[in-house]
Design a protein around this ligand. Sequence first.
Ligand code: MG
Length: 190
Amino acid sequence: MKELKCLKDFKPNPGDIYSPEEMQRINIAMLAERGVTVNDIAQLAYGAQSKYIDGLTLEEMTESVLNVLSKRDQFHAILLAINVDMAAEQGLLMEPLQSILIHDLGLFGLDECIAVGIAGNYGQIGVTNYGYLDVSKPGKINILQRDKKHCHCFLDDIVGALAAVSAIRVAQHHAINDIVNEKAKATEAK
Ligand code: MG
């Protein structure tokens, strides 16, 4: 199978365990070679969450995306998605799966299953957020879906799920900070 340039000569670690820094670096490099940047995911996450959080910045969302990209479940999902998409692109799969993936059949739901699996990592609300992005298909998700030169059957959903969990992570941090600030104010007022 034709490989991504960033994985050429890659030597697997003994035990197949990678540090958060290694996973983040590999994730970013693989996604970039498939046309997805950290900023693309941060923009999707920001678009999903900015109406709910006053003063939310793209920088804060970018930090959240980078954190999410250092986690093992996301690493495995990205590896699987890109490998399957590229195998389909190169005609390496057996029929009828080969055609189903190349045509991105709407009734094929296993791409969504993998995405839902990681979308729920920060609470069930991540699944709702992913569902919204999957239906509305903003930004890079739409670009991936319309790309006729490549197969992004799995990757478009993974990108949606990464944006969903990045957004929920930020929302949870803001909710906790709000409670801490309110308690601090109440203590000051006493
Ligand atoms: Mg898909």
